[in-house]
Design a binder for this molecule. Structure first.
Ligand SMILES: C[S@@+](CC[C@H](N)C(=O)[O-])C[C@H]1O[C@@H](n2cnc3c(N)ncnc32)[C@H](O)[C@@H]1O
Length: 277
């Protein structure tokens, strides 16, 4: 963010999304498609019927805003990377029920209780300080109306270990160093370049729940999003086959709340509600 009065984005994260990485392409391949389909099903399962005012914080180029608008909701997207907001505007700017602005999860420019649901699909990945994550949860609950819903995604503490073994990156000593730090304290730092993500915090599933509860959110449940599919040797190919695709999705669904496997896939999704007054 360039505003003098708002929180600053870490320069490594800004450079990553601005120059090194095309976030808009991320959900197009097999594992990304699985993340998208499972996120859609978990959100649709929990959002009450009707049209809702949704705040999509860290919404990137609007990948979720797009289907939420198609589902009949009104979506306001905020993201600290201006390029992401421009992409979202290019994608959805003509839609009456969509708006977007540059903004930061830690200090939202929105009235108290002005949304029916708040999505945090990204900010918690990149806020490495507990105080910044606490501010994010507090802001989400502030701008959500009492009884409204919070959907929050985190990256699993075990993501780099499992993807590193599946991809063979683990055979690189520099990558192993990153992985063992991730496992030790969740603090992901990458000096290896674009394929291994940027400055981030990887949550233990229990930690995600604890953070939400500390902010006073009533946790409905915590879900594993992709299940074990990220470790499949031929996921991209099998995803193209309709029957196999259905099985891959069912396999993720089958273990989605199994406590011992919540962190086995790359993403964990918390569904909660804001206390009624
Ligand atoms: C991995 S992308 C996810 C984008 C999209 N929400 C999705 O689920 O595909 C993470 C997003 O979080 C955004 N982000 C990073 N730090 C943030 C912060 N402090 N406040 C809000 N969003 C942030 C990034 O700019 C990026 O768009």
């Amino acid at each position: 963010m360039s505003d003098d009065d708002g929180p600053r984005l870490d320069p490594d994260i800004e450079r990553y999304y601005d120059i090194e990485w095309e976030e808009d392409d991320r959900l197009r391949n097999g594992l990304g498609q699985l993340e998208l389909v499972r996120t859609q099903e978990l959100v649709r399962r929990h959002l009450p019927p009707g049209s809702h005012r949704i705040l999509d914080v860290g919404g990137g180029g609007g990948v979720h805003a797009e289907w939420l608008v198609e589902d009949g909701h009104a979506v306001h997207l905020v993201d600290p990377v201006p390029r992401h907001v421009e992409q979202a505007m290019a994608r959805l700017g003509g839609q009456e029920r969509f708006s977007g602005a540059v903004g930061d999860a830690r200090k939202l420019d929105a009235e108290d209780g002005s949304f029916d649901a708040v999505f945090l699909f990204g900010p918690l990945y990149h806020l490495i300080e507990p105080a910044d994550r606490a501010a994010t949860w507090d802001e989400a609950t502030r701008v959500c109306r009492p009884g409204g819903m919070i959907f929050a995604a985190a990256i699993s503490r075990f993501a780099s270990l499992i993807s590193g073994l599946a991809s063979g990156a683990m055979w690189m000593p520099d990558f192993r160093e990153i992985v063992y730090r991730d496992l030790a304290d969740g603090q992901h730092r990458n000096a290896l370049g674009r394929d291994y993500f940027t400055t981030a915090f990887f949550h233990h599933p229990d930690e995600l729940r604890r953070e939400a509860e500390t902010a006073g959110i009533d946790v409905v449940d915590v879900f594993g999003v992709e299940g074990v599919a990220g470790a499949m040797p031929h996921l991209e190919r099998d995803w193209e086959d309709a029957e196999r695709r259905a099985e891959i999705i069912e396999a993720a669904r089958a273990i989605e709340t199994e406590p011992s496997l919540l962190g086995v896939g790359p993403h964990i999704l918390l569904v909660g509600t804001v206390h009624r007054e």
